[in-house]
Structures are given as structure tokens and as C-alpha cells.
Write a protein that binds this ligand. Sequence first.
Ligand code: ZN
Length: 137
Amino acid sequence: MNLTHIEHIGIAVKNLQESIKKFENMLGIKCYAIEEVKDQKVKTAFFQIGQNKIELLEGTEPDSTISKFIEKRGEGVHHVALAVNNIEGALQELKEKNIQLIDEKPRLGAEGLHIAFIHPKSAGGVLIELCENKNDK
Ligand code: ZN
């Protein structure tokens, strides 16, 4: 699997607008994109830090995975996203290694990235997102 960098760190928040203000004030940088991903019932906000990003996520429905996460564990780090060059190949490799996946096939995430999640059970309790940017290929 050809990993290139940590794409972003996803942080679950209760109120996106309030959290954007908090992070803008704390980091001294502006959120550059807000996007709703209907498929995942989330609203996201992005901050660019070098080639990496912070993604804030708010659930838009009570049954959103983000809403459920916050209900159980409160606000906090939700996932770490790793950029790969060939997400289909990476998923195939992981399957062959019997790594437990949440997504067997990539789907579309925020910013038009192709994404797939690895189950935290296989990754030390951390939810890992693989993502590939096919937009600039
Ligand atoms: Zn993410």
C-alpha cells in the first residue's frame, strides 16, 4: 500500500459553527470549506495546516455515526485519515491480511475524496480512514 501522508484528523463536535469559531480563534487561521456529506449525515469544516488538515464533524441526524460517537464518548478525536495512491489496491491488500474493514469498497467523502474506513478493532481502537484524491490525477 502506498501511503503518502496523514491527510487529516477528524474531530467530532456538537456544534460546528461554535467549534469553527473556537478553532479559528485558537489557531489563528480560517476554516476554508464547509461541506455537508448527506450520505454520512455529517457537516464538515476544514482547516489547512501544511499539507495536512483538521476536519471538524457534526452529525446532522441523531443516528449519524458522529452523533452516536458524541453520545457515547463526548466530543473528541474521531478518526485519522491516511492518504493512499491506490485505495482499491490498499483495500485488497488489507483484506488479504484479514484486517477488519468497515468499507470493503471506497465511497465518496468530503472534498470529493474516495474514502474507506478500517475498523478500530484492527487498529488499536483508532478509526482509520483511507483516502485517495482522484481529482488531481
Ligand atoms: Zn475524515
